[in-house]
Each structure stands twice: as structure tokens, then as C-alpha cells.
Design a protein around this ligand. Structure first.
Ligand SMILES: Cc1ncc(COP(=O)(O)O)c(C=O)c1O
Length: 423
């Protein structure tokens, strides 16, 4: 009798809830990634716009990152204690990032945004925070409000995005519509006596801020003495070497960083003004103002050297020009393919990350995305995958590792996918 080996999918289903990591459809198994491409376990190759959900801006296995990591590994992988590499990475972040006088390392973007919010509360000695509907700030109980509500609530009521979030946490979250200066400013004013601060992704998911929106948040938070937090986990070192705050020309008080700064390893950070970061220093503030924060892998030397090597590649002259040229070429190719096929759709985003939203209306906020045709997007993604293009359900992450043949393959796939949606 031939004994049938269980498939990888079957094995995964036995030991992983929902058969996967909770991130990506679990039937897709990656074997390897190199440059701008990945191969699945069957050897099928894809142009990669998933990029590990963003960290691999300079591509998989960049030789400079591999060399730095391979040099560090025999010397030790994690110490808990200070090491010179995390200091060098912090120096590079401080040098590049307008709001950053100091940096505290953690292991994930969720943690970074969670601690950024805690810092704001400690600094203002108040509990409430304002966030925007559709804004993502990781998986903490506070962040997971009104990220992706399907039942819309009236502003500023929060909607919990997950089971298991204590109801009382929502009482400290105020929700505002993105890109609506008037609504945001009036909610901030109304709640000024209780608010610690405002947290916002400078580019919310795919949606760029309208001119003046971030500056209005800066002005009102400065006027009222509230902490302005930019969640730059995605935009950090991706919109430019000075991150989203440099690109859009608005400097927050503190920011969270992740993804790119770890070079594909577990590393994220909170960076900000010295007097706010001082809450992490027991000697610098009164005992009741000290914000406790420790983490086993924080600032570990492997992630630090990978992050530093990545930043060194990014700071080379011309790197961001190339990223923007590639992204703009792809966005205009996608727009042309959709127009040729006669599909009502918007290409939303900025060159380093964008996607198509199947809607006739202008996309300014979460509700515009929610109203779009999800079935058309699913079909588009399916045809893209069949043409060897891997992306997440709602985003292209563009890498500087993309070569001419990758770009051409992607542009051809756009035409096929747009035609399929139109059919
Ligand atoms: C804007 C933003 N903040 C926070 C996070 C959470 O980061 P992590 O997945 O590293 O916990 C993400 C993750 O995609 C993000 O996009």
C-alpha cells in the first residue's frame, strides 16, 4: 500500500490556527526570495510586491545586508545588554529623522506604536487619544479600534476590531475621519481637556494626506499642547530618507518606526523629542512619570546591523529617485491598463506603495475604500498572481530591486488583470 504523505497545507492546518500565520492566505508557501523575486515551494517564481509586508525595500537577500548579518552572527545574536550596533543604528535614525533626538528600540511595529501612545499619555498625564478611522497602528487593544469597521459608527465613536478587547479601552479612543480637517480639528478642540495626543499614519494605508491636513494636525496639537504621533512603521525610510515627516514636511513630536529599519529582522523603534523620550529614563523624570519599557530582543545586534546596512544602501545618491521612478511608471501603467479596459477605478497611493481601488469616487478616506468593489479587486489580484505577480490583497510595496524585466512583466499583467475585471 502506498502511504500518502500529508501535504504542507494539511500539516499546517493541524498545527497552525487557520493553517497559517494569520497574515496571508495560508495555501501559499514561500521557499526563497532573492532581489525582487520570490519562489514558492513548487518552484514557481513571482515578482514580489509583498516584500515581507514592507521591510524588504531593497529586495530579498541584499548582499550588503547578508554580509553584515553573516559577520555578526558568529559574534553573538542577542545580548539584552547594550551593543555598539544599536547605538550606530540609533545615530543613523536621529540624523535622518526630523522629530528624533532619541530612539528606543523594540521588536515590532505594534509595540512601537503602543509605546508611543503610552509615552503621550505619560507626558500629558491624560488617557485619551484620537486616531483616524481606517488607520492601522498595530495589534494593541488601543490600536485595534475602527481600523476596518464594516458596521460604521458615527464619529467619534470607536468600533473594536477584535474579540477580546476590553470594552472600557474604547472609552479612551476618539475616532475622526482622515483628510477631514474641519471634523478632526473640532473633535480635538471638543476633547482638548482630556486628550493626551493624536496618532496618525502620515499616509493612511494607501491614502495620501491632502495638502494641509497633517499641518492642521500639527498646528492644533501645538496650540493645545498635545502630543502628535506619526505612525511611520510603513512610511519610515520609504517615502524618503527623512521618512513621511520629511516627505510631507510636517514634524511630529514622536514617531513609531518599523519594517525598513530592521532590514528584514525583528526591530522597530519609537523616536522623538528629548523631553518626551525622557519618560523612558528613570533618572530624568519623577518616579510617577517613568514609563516602563523593556523587551528581550530589543536592539539585538543582528537586526541592528541588518537595519544599518539597509539604511546605508538607501542613503546612496539616487536610490529614492529610482524608487519613485519605478513606482510612478507602474502607477501610470496601471492607470492606462484600467482606462484602456474601460474599468471604473482609482490608482491610489504614492510611488513607494499604491494599489487599485475599484470605485468611481475619489478616495479620500476609509469609507471611500469600503464602498469599492471588493470582488473586482479579488479578481484583479487573482489574475495578477496567475501572471506571476505577488501582492497583498490591498497594496503593492515597490522595491528598488525591481529590474526592467520585472517591471515589464508587471505592466503586461496589469493589462490582463484589467481586461479580466472588465469582462
Ligand atoms: C502603520 C503600521 N503601524 C504598525 C504596524 C504593526 O507593525 P508590526 O506588524 O511590525 O507589529 C503596521 C504593520 O503593518 C503598520 O502598517
Amino acid at each position: 500500500m502506498i502511504s500518502q504523505q500529508p501535504s504542507l497545507t494539511e500539516r499546517a492546518r493541524r498545527v497552525l490556527p487557520a493553517g497559517g500565520l494569520g497574515n496571508f492566505p495560508p495555501d501559499f508557501f514561500v521557499r526563497e526570495g532573492k532581489g525582487a523575486r520570490i519562489k514558492d515551494v513548487n518552484g514557481v517564481e513571482y515578482v514580489d510586491f509583498l516584500l515581507g509586508s514592507g521591510p524588504l525595500l531593497i529586495g530579498h537577500g541584499h548582499p550588503k545586508v547578508l554580509a553584515a548579518v553573516n559577520e555578526q552572527i558568529p559574534l553573538g545574536t542577542t545580548f539584552f545588554a547594550n551593543n555598539e550596533h544599536c547605538v550606530a543604528l540609533a545615530e543613523a535614525i536621529v540624523e535622518a529623522t526630523p522629530c528624533a533626538d532619541q530612539v528606543r528600540f523594540v521588536s515590532s511595529g505594534s509595540e512601537a506604536s503602543l509605546y508611543a501612545m503610552r509615552l503621550a499619555r505619560a507626558h500629558r498625564k491624560r488617557d485619551k487619544l484620537l486616531k483616524f478611522e481606517g488607520g492601522y497602528h498595530g495589534m494593541s487593544d488601543y490600536s485595534l479600534h475602527s481600523l476596518a469597521p464594516t458596521q460604521l459608527a458615527n464619529f467619534p465613536l470607536p468600533v473594536a476590531d477584535s474579540a477580546g478587547i476590553p470594552e472600557h479601552v474604547g472609552e479612551d479612543m476618539i475616532i475622526a475621519p482622515f483628510n477631514d480637517v474641519e471634523a478632526a480639528v473640532s473633535l480635538i478642540r471638543e476633547n482638548a481637556a482630556e486628550l493626551a495626543g493624536v496618532i496618525v499614519e502620515p499616509m493612511q494605508r494607501l491614502i495620501p494626506p491632502e495638502p494641509g491636513f497633517l499641518q492642521s494636525l500639527r498646528d492644533i496639537t501645538t496650540e493645545l499642547g498635545l502630543v502628535l504621533i506619526f505612525d511611520e512603521v510603513v512610511t519610515g525610510f520609504r517615502m524618503g530618507y527623512a521618512s513621511g515627516q520629511g516627505y510631507y514636511g510636517v514634524t511630529p513630536d514622536i514617531c513609531s518606526l518599523g519594517k525598513v529599519i530592521g532590514g528584514g529582522f525583528s526591530l522597530a523603534a519609537i523616536a522623538g523629542r528629548r523631553e518626551i523620550m525622557a519618560h523612558f529614563d528613570a533618572d530624568a523624570v519623577a518616579p510617577e512619570d517613568f514609563t516602563l519599557q523593556i523587551g528581550t530582543l530589543s536592539g539585538n545586534p543582528v537586526a541592528s546591523v541588518a537595519g544599518l546596512a539597509t539604511l546605508n544602501v538607501l542613503r546612496r545618491p539616487g536610490t529614492f529617485d529610482r524608487l519613485f521612478q519605478i513606482g510612478e511608471r507602474l502607477m501610470s501603467g496601471l492607470r492606462a491598463a484600467l482606462a484602456d479596459a474601460g474599468v471604473a477605478a482609482q490608482v491610489v497611493g504614492e510611488a513607494p506603495m499604491f494599489d487599485v481601488v475599484f470605485t468611481e469616487r475619489e478616495v479620500r478616506n476609509y469609507r471611500d475604500v469600503l464602498a469599492a468593489d471588493a470582488g473586482q479587486l479579488a479578481l484583479f489580484n487573482q489574475v495578477m498572481r496567475a501572471h506571476g505577480i505577488l501582492k497583498s490583497a490591498g497594496k503593492h510595496y515597490v522595491s528598488v530591486a525591481l529590474e526592467e524585466r520585472d517591471i515589464e512583466q508587471t505592466l503586461c499583467a496589469y493589462q490582463a488583470a484589467a481586461k479580466a475585471v472588465a469582462a
